[in-house]
Design a binder for this molecule. Structure first.
Ligand SMILES: [Zn+2]
Length: 227
């Protein structure tokens, strides 16, 4: 359903602000079409959800709880796939940006939760490299381990740590294709100085995945590797 959009939300500084990207043209969930521009956006419910949420998440469990909630709400609102992610200041736990899967509503295969979270975070800090400021390390927290595309994006993002909930095999189990990831992907990231913590609240995160098809969610990738 089309509706008027007035705000794209970015998350900056110690608070969450609505940044002055004000549009008033027709918008479909997840995407704004403006001439030859395509502007990805988060569903409108994300803004109101975060306004009522904590802004600092000291423990990785608290950070994971947030992104799992985002993944669940994305399914319940029928605004995309069962995946959520966030970028936090690693030390303080301050939330910088979030993302939820927007592949289907945006008609965009790269609109994964991690990609959106990284993109919004880089916009928020004003740099393409989240590792540019040596004094501030950033952490990606994702409700499910990254697919092969997000794995590549993580390498260039500048984050220094990745925290994962469900395993990629949990996503594969319900039919998603995670791509040809190397088996030693954790070692690959760690060899680049990116610490990986996985299985954080895995069962909670996995429940969102297993509920997704039961609720009629679309497993949108149809061309899996032929075996
Ligand atoms: Zn991905």
């Amino acid at each position: 359903m089309d509706y008027n959009c007035t705000v794209i939300t970015l998350f900056v500084s110690s608070h969450i602000f609505n940044v002055a990207l004000l549009y008033s043209q027709t918008r479909k969930a997840g995407i704004i079409l403006r001439g030859h521009e395509v502007v990805l956006s988060l569903p409108l419910w994300v803004e109101s959800f975060l306004c009522n949420s904590e802004k600092v998440f000291p423990s990785i469990e608290e950070r994971m709880r947030l992104v799992i909630m985002l993944s669940r709400l994305n399914v319940e609102h029928k605004t995309g796939g069962p995946f959520g992610a966030g970028i936090f200041e690693q030390k303080s736990g301050r939330l910088i940006a979030v993302g939820v899967n927007q592949v289907e509503p945006a008609n965009c295969s790269i609109a994964h939760a991690e990609i959106l979270a990284i993109t919004f975070a880089q916009h928020a800090i004003g740099h393409y490299d989240l590792g540019a400021k040596k004094e501030t390390a950033y952490e990606l927290v994702t409700s499910t381990e990254p697919c092969v595309m997000c794995l590549g994006a993580i390498c260039w993002s500048g984050v220094t740590s990745v925290v994962c909930g469900a395993r990629d095999e949990d996503a594969r189990e319900i039919g998603f294709d995670e791509g040809p990831k190397p088996k030693d992907w954790i070692c690959s990231l760690e060899s680049r100085g990116i610490k990986v913590v996985h299985d954080v609240m895995r069962e909670h995160a996995k429940t969102v995945l297993t509920d997704y098809p039961k609720k009629g969610g679309l497993i949108y990738n149809s061309r899996r590797q032929q075996t």
